[in-house]
Design a binder for this molecule. Structure first.
Ligand code: AP5
Ligand code: MG
Length: 196
């Protein structure tokens, strides 16, 4: 299965993907993690990517897709993967469709994690105290939220039209959110895709 997680910063994409890795036995591919790994290299590319991340801006679509495609070629992705935070623009969604098309498969499900904005900020500021992610500061969080609204939210309509979208109420405990996701996957497995 190939499942996409869409949601604003702090929605719980990473948290839920980690849980699903165990349940489904397929890897989590987070483009945020991949880009932070590139950033940590002392290279010109790493520094350039780092400037995007620290400003809360998206990295360029084609670069992201090139990095992601390399991972998708890994053997561990043969039976599927959890796409955590990618695609994040309509252009990326098209590039991903183009990548999958010759392989004869595509995205099976798209989860849209919905959480009120105030709660997102609260979660990320709390995480900042523990993890020190360079983009978890109020100003950058606000920039990331704006990027989500302008560049990523239009993707929801793209997947809704293709009947892949499943909306999840992310405003509850991680366990309750996971239960919704697990039920939706069961529903899909029973051949009822498109009825969300
Ligand atoms: P990325 O690393 O993907 O960050 P993000 O989208 O801003 O989201 P976060 O990782 O902050 O939140 P999350 O939804 O994963 O929530 P989490 O589970 O961690 O991307 C970083 C940057 O990389 C982007 O800004 C961009 O620059 C670049 N980038 C990445 N992908 C890109 C792409 N495709 N194209 C271009 N650029 C790209 O949870 C957050 C916190 O809340 C945690 O502390 C967690 O413990 C807590 N929490 C989670 N769920 C709950 C719950 N139910 N109740 C209470 N607390 C909860
Ligand atoms: Mg994350």
């Amino acid at each position: 299965m190939r499942i996409v997680f869409i949601g604003p910063p702090g929605a719980g994409k990473g948290t839920q993907c980690q849980r699903l890795v165990e349940l489904l036995g397929i890897p989590q591919l987070s483009t945020g993690d991949m880009l932070r790994e590139v950033q940590s290299n002392e290279s010109a590319l790493g520094r350039w990517i780092g400037r995007h991340l620290d400003a809360g801006e998206l990295a360029p679509d084609h670069l992201v897709m090139r990095i992601l495609a390399q991972r998708l070629e890994d053997d561990e992705c043969r039976d599927g993967c959890l796409l955590d935070g990618v695609p994040r623009t309509v252009v990326q969604a098209h590039l991903l469709d183009e990548y999958f098309q010759p392989k004869g498969y595509g995205i099976d499900l798209v989860f849209d994690l919905q959480v009120p904005r105030e709660l997102l900020v609260e979660r990320l500021l709390k995480r900042a105290e523990i993890e020190h992610r360079s983009d978890d500061q109020l100003e950058t969080i606000q920039a990331r939220l704006k990027v989500f609204e302008t560049l990523t939210a239009p993707l929801l309509e793209y997947y809704r039209r293709r009947r892949l979208l499943c909306t999840i109420d992310g405003n509850s405990t991680p366990e309750e959110v996971f239960a919704q996701i697990r039920d939706a996957i069961r529903h899909y497995d029973q051949g009822q895709a498109g009825s969300f």
